[in-house]
Design a protein. Sequence first.
Length: 219
Amino acid sequence: MVIDKVINKLSETYPLEEMDIGEYALIKKNGMKFNVHSYEVGNVGCVSTLKMSAMLGLMKMETVVFSPLGVDAPLFSFDYIKAMGNETLLIEIYDLTVNKGKKYPNLIELKECYSALPDHELKPCWYDDMRVEGTISKRSKKCTAEFNRAIDRYLDEFMNILQNAEAVDEPSKRAVIKEYVDGLFDKGSPTTAQFNKILGEEKARDMYGKYIFFSVKAK
């Protein structure tokens, strides 16, 4: 649902090169199965995808993380989860830019368009103030069509932001994102906690640092 949309949209504009991520491509443990991919996206950044199934297929999740490295655009992530009759959609945008504080009015308008959908309350976390206004977190039943439209509209706006973003000193941009990734482990997050248990912290940090938020060929 989410993965195909993002990969297809990016490939319309940028060349995608898939990375060889070795042992992290397929992870199975504790009744969970993860398929992970990482791509270098032209000269603008990298995208990672993660597809998870658990509970004998009763729970499914798709995650996409796009890290702009060559341009000073915010980091985007999409999560779609289907479990126990509920559908959850998280579209999160983080101001991991060198020149911080830019506003994105179109994202704010998009968020308002989906204000009628029930919110999914997230637990407070240290990175909350990094989110760009326009992020949404929704949960409901039988809302696949509405969620699909939201993904499409946010993805179109993400591409617009990406294509209009200014070029940036890549080492400086990488440093901003690395600080955030280090914080996910040092200060905590639900997803890193999960992968710490599955892989051990050393391998989880390796996977995140090489393939989730970066690609091994991005310099």
